[in-house]
Design a protein around this ligand. Structure first.
Ligand code: GAR
Length: 201
């Protein structure tokens, strides 16, 4: 199965997908293209090192967000990607794009959703003072981090944590969970029933 991975930043999740899926022939999963909305995203270097085609699509180069989404959609079709994997991609799509790819876009978010959606999730987690944090992998719907939840993993919040130490602990779990969920998708194990995602084992 071909997937497209969309990134904005460092790309540690992309790196684990490269190593655990793309470079493992038994996975049956190929990263056909990596798309970034930022030229300087280090994720682009990681993709290039693995000989994966890359494209930069920036919002400022388009008249509006519908046109931005349309360019991403063109690339998805060009590379025949069946699943769109958001891995630290920090832009929201407009409704037509989300509807076109219903149940074919997944996202990883560094909180136990529905807690702390949005752009500063780890800082919000610390500010609130919760004792358990974690990661969520979910389908993307038309809201912000609000789509049906596929899988979650929890980590403790320590009294000594700052944003970096907590995010690092969460990312250890992200790097295990995200490749696993993509394998489930490729193997046809995910069934969406309203808000619930059933994982068939
Ligand atoms: C990840 O922790 C991911 O959960 C988060 O961005 C980070 C990207 O790291 N995504 C979001 O906050 C989406 N709302 P990476 O570039 O090293 O993979």
């Amino acid at each position: 199965m071909k997937i497209a991975v969309l990134v904005s930043g460092s790309g540690t999740n992309l790196q684990t997908l490269i190593e655990q899926l793309h470079q493992d022939e038994t996975s049956g999963i190929e990263i056909a293209v990596v798309i970034s909305d930022r030229r300087k995203a280090y994720a682009l270097t990681r993709a290039a090192r693995a000989d994966i085609p890359t494209h930069v699509v920036r919002t400022q180069d388009f008249e509006n967000r519908v046109n931005f989404d349309a360019e991403i959609s063109r690339l998805i079709e060009l590379y025949a990607a069946e699943l769109i994997v958001l891995a630290g991609f920090m832009k929201l799509f407009q409704s037509p794009f989300v509807r076109k790819y219903q149940n074919r876009i997944i996202n990883v978010h560094p909180t136990l959703l529905p807690a702390f959606p949005g752009a500063h999730p780890v800082a919000d987690t610390l500010t609130y003072g919760v004792k358990i944090a974690g990661v969520t992998v979910h389908f993307v719907d038309e809201g912000v981090d609000s789509g049906p939840i596929i899988a979650q993993a929890a980590v403790p919040v320590l009294d000594t944590d700052d944003e970096e130490s907590l995010h690092n602990r969460i990312q250890v779990e992200e790097h295990k969970l995200y490749p696993e969920v993509i394998k489930w998708y490729a193997q046809g194990k995910l069934k969406v029933e309203g808000r619930k995602v059933i994982v068939k084992c």
